[in-house]
Ligand binder design. Structure first.
Ligand code: GAR
Length: 212
């Protein structure tokens, strides 16, 4: 039996992905434990949920994030103190400092609400992604889980899942469809990482495609 991995969640939004990961751990699907939530939004659903479940929470102020050195130091100190094995970006929209990406190479995962490399990069987050997908007359969209590197939404893709776009789709209905997929895809990948089935110590991770 592999040791439980310490999972730090970074989230600033509603926290629905955070909740789906929490539930997958509670139901024995993921062999890990959430040791810490790091957030830059005190009044977010993610922080509220962590409070309800007595999960340690650390806040990143704008002042810390704006000073690159303080930002990297803050993360390094907390990740070391909490013995973090894996960092999960579950609706965290700020760049991760380079020092941390090097330190946690292939141990930081992000979920993105489109089929990357389409509709990714700076400025593409949350509802903005779905608005652009709809206005581009796409027929399919989906969710992507990938390793985080120094470039926004660029790291190696681990898994993707598609959703079909209906003729009367709106950004709101599409966001719900994609979130539904995210809530299964992200725990599925985290489960595999926690079982060492996707070896993040190798330079090239195993790529897995999930299709409905
Ligand atoms: C999710 O759709 C996630 O894919 C997206 O933010 C949402 C967070 O929702 N992330 C990005 O756009 C990252 N570029 P949640 O707070 O309910 O989990």
């Amino acid at each position: 039996m592999i040791n439980k991995k310490n999972i730090t969640i970074m989230a600033s939004g509603n926290g629905s992905n955070f909740i789906s990961i929490y539930n997958a751990i509670k139901n024995g699907i993921i062999n890990g434990r959430i040791n810490l939530l790091i957030s830059n939004k005190k009044r977010s659903g993610a922080v509220k949920f962590a409070e309800e479940k007595n999960i340690y929470t650390k806040f990143l102020s704008k002042k810390i994030i704006d000073s690159r050195k303080d930002y990297a130091n803050f993360l390094e100190i907390n990740l070391k103190q909490f013995e973090t094995d894996l960092i999960i970006l579950a609706g965290y929209l700020k760049m991760i400092p380079k020092e941390i990406i090097i330190m946690y190479k292939n141990r930081i995962l992000n979920i993105h609400p489109s089929l990357l490399p389409k509709f990714g990069g700076k400025g593409f987050y949350g509802m903005k992604v779905h608005e652009k997908v709809i206005s581009s007359n796409e027929k399919v969209s989906g969710a992507t889980v990938h390793f985080v590197d120094e470039i926004y939404d660029n790291g190696p893709i681990i898994a993707q899942q598609k959703v079909n776009i209906s003729p009367n789709e709106t950004p709101l209905t599409l966001s719900k469809k994609v979130l539904d997929v995210e809530h299964k895809l992200f725990p599925h990948v985290i489960k595999k990482i926690c079982e060492d089935e996707i070896n993040f110590n190798k330079i090239k991770p195993k790529i897995e495609e999930i299709r409905k």
